[in-house]
Design a protein around this ligand. Structure first.
Ligand code: ADP
Ligand code: MG
Length: 320
């Protein structure tokens, strides 16, 4: 288990990670999700013991990364954003080298390297130079390296960036397979990837945690209410009055439609009901012509955008 408390990292005057706290329990796949610059790599580097925090603590299976770095690091396998591969080595040579560096005992190095290669399906390229491997295979070698030394937890920083669709599918399948045995933390700026892979998601934005939830609850938060977007011919005040009087309408917002004599409206309604018919006939009765009407389902993407967007806005306000 990993316990992160009030973790802060400053680069000069810039605070990249700002009092971040969360817990990682064993046996799940966790997603660290956030736009570029959110602080994902910084957080992962600190957990992996590659970067020291400015403030705060990280406990890994009870070991503090600052006070007991060796024991803490032993619990973790880490694949940084830029995989530390040596291009002039073969996967087999490279993995033996990493195993040795991690202090794996000589008599078990061969077996562990073989198991890592089996697990990541790279046995057929084990004697080729890494420089001649495709990006997908290189990424497998990078992942193979994380499991050497039998850590409980592996941390993968944006492991699917730059892969083609086929490689992407394969690497995701590999991550899922690893997640059956190990605790996996994977970062990404792609929501669909995290929702596909992870049981639990921590959303970072501007160095802050803006959500920390299991995937199912996050998905349940989607569409708690519905939104209808419409363009109606007529005066905004009269139209809004009618809408506000309809049962189930929560909020009406008026905008510009860009069309002469028309208004654009965003109507928030209670969940579970489709009020389009009611709205249409109410408008017709009052002789307002409905030009267009669409139901917008709130997607996971919009939750993500509203969570990360508002935090960016809050930070901007703070700066201004
Ligand atoms: P992410 O991985 O989510 O894209 P990072 O952790 O890499 O985010 O970066 C968080 C913020 O810290 C960014 O604004 C980035 O520019 C800044 N940053 C990252 N590394 C350094 C560094 N070594 N020196 C100065 N600023 C940095
Ligand atoms: Mg990063």
């Amino acid at each position: 288990m990993i316990e992160i408390k009030d973790l802060t990292k400053k680069y000069g005057h810039h605070t990249a990670v700002d009092h971040v706290s969360f817990k990682i329990r064993n046996g799940h796949i966790y997603g660290l999700l956030g736009p570029n610059g959110a602080g994902k790599s910084t957080t992962m580097n600190i957990i992996a013991g590659c970067l020291s925090p400015t403030e705060g603590t990280v406990l890994i299976n009870g070991y503090d990364v600052c006070d007991h770095p060796l024991e803490a690091k032993r619990q973790i396998g880490y694949l940084p954003e830029q995989p530390p591969l040596f291009m002039d080595m073969t996967p087999f040579e490279y993995l033996c080298f990493v195993a040795e560096a991690k202090g794996v005992k000589d008599d078990v190095i061969d077996r562990q390297v073989k198991e890592a290669m089996e697990m990541t399906d790279i046995l057929d390229v084990k004697d080729r130079l890494i420089r001649n491997l495709s990006k997908g295979y290189r990424q497998r070698v990078g992942i193979a390296q994380t499991v050497l030394g039998n850590p409980d937890i592996i941390i993968l920083d944006e492991p699917t960036v730059g892969l083609d669709p086929k490689q992407l599918t394969e690497i995701r399948a590999l991550i899922r397979k690893l997640g059956e045995k190990l605790t996996v933390i994977v970062s990404s700026h792609i929501l669909s990837e995290i929702s596909e892979l992870c049981d639990h998601v921590i959303i970072l934005s501007g160095g802050h945690v803006v959500a920390d939830d299991d995937m199912a609850s996050l998905e349940a938060r989607v569409s708690p209410e519905k939104t209808i977007r419409m363009t109606v011919k007529g005066d905004g005040t009269g139209i809004r009055e009618i809408l506000a009087g309809i049962n189930g309408v929560l909020e009406v917002e008026e905008g510009s439609s860009g069309m002469e004599g028309c208004v654009a409206l965003t109507v928030r309604t209670v969940s579970g009901e489709d009020l389009r018919d009611t709205i249409f006939f109410a408008m017709a009765e009052a002789r307002y012509a409905v030009i267009s009407m669409d139901m917008v389902e709130q997607s996971l993407e919009s939750i993500f955008l509203s969570l990360t967007g508002s935090s960016e806005a809050a930070r901007k306000e703070e700066r201004d």
